[in-house]
Unconditional design. Sequence first.
Length: 337
Amino acid sequence: MEKILTMGEIMLRLTPPDYARIDQTRSFMANYGGAEANVAVSLAYFGHRCFFISKLPPTEVGDSAIKHLRSHNVNTDYVARGSSLMGIYFYESGFGGRPSKVIYNRKHSAFTRIDCSEFNFDEIFKDATWFHISGITLSLGIRVRKVTYECLKYCRKYNVPVSFDFNYRSRLWDEETAREAYFETLPYVDYLFASYWDANHMMGIAPTDENASMEEKKRDVMHKLLDKYQIKAVFSTDRSIFSATENALSASVITKEDEYHSQAFRFQILDRIGAGDAFASGVIHCLLKNPSDLHHAVDFGLVTSVLKHTISGDSSRLKEEDVYDYLVSSGSKGVIR
C-alpha cells in the first residue's frame, strides 16, 4: 500500500476580504496552508494515501489545523504537539497593477522547535513510497534542517524516492545559508523542481557559453545539475505576468536523455498562493502512476497549477477528472519547441 510523506509547517493564513489592503480591513478570512501541507492535500484529492510530518502547538488553533488536514484525508499521525505558538502569515491579494504581498509571523512557531526525538523514523519510513519537501522547510532554522536531513537519511535507508522544490524565499533566509542547505539536500533528491535561477545563481552552476540563448543556457545548466547530483528529472515552470490577476504559465522537464516543453496557458487569477505546490502535486501524481511518462506529468502538473489559481485558499481541491476535463476543453496541443 502506498504511503506518501510530506514534511513542513502548516500555518494560519489571514487574508483581508475583497482585495482590501491590510491597513484597510477590520476583519480577516482565516485559512490554513503551507507548501508541503498543500502538496499532501492535493495528492489526497487525487486519491493518494498521504501523511504529514510536522509539529503544532497543543492549543485550539493547533487542533483546528489538524482538523483541516484530516478533513482533506491527510493522515496526521506524525504531527508532534508542543510549544505554544502557531505560524501565521498575512496575505494581501493583488489586483490589476498592484501585486500581492505576504507578511510572515512564524519565527518562534512550534514547528521551529521540532526535534528528532519526537519521531520514530524507522516506523515512518520503512513502508513509505514517496517523500516531498521544499526549501521553505529548510529555511526555518537549524533544528528543522536537522530533522529534515534525518528524514532524508532514512529515505536512503529504505529506498524512498525524494522530490524537492527549491522554493527559495528571501524573506525567510539569506542566500548563503540557503545555498549550504541545498548542497546538503540535493544528493538525496530524485526529482527536482527548480528554475534556471535556482541552478545558476543559488547553486553556482554557470553555462558553458554566456553568449548562448537563454534556452541553450538553461539546457546546459540543468544537464550539469543532473550530472552532479544524479537527479532523474528537473521540472520547471515559466510565468508571464500581464497583471496581478492575469498570468500565463508553461512548464518543462529536462532529463539526461530528453527535454519537453508544454504549451502556455493564459488565465485569470482568484488566488495565486499554492500554485507551485499544485504543480508539484500534479507531477508527483503522474510519476506515482507511470514514472516513465514525464511529458504527461508536465502537462498534468501544469493544468493542476493553472486551475489552482481559480481556487480560494492555499491548497488545490481538484480531482483527476477535473484536470483531464480542462486538458480536453482547452484543446491542449502538447509540445511547443
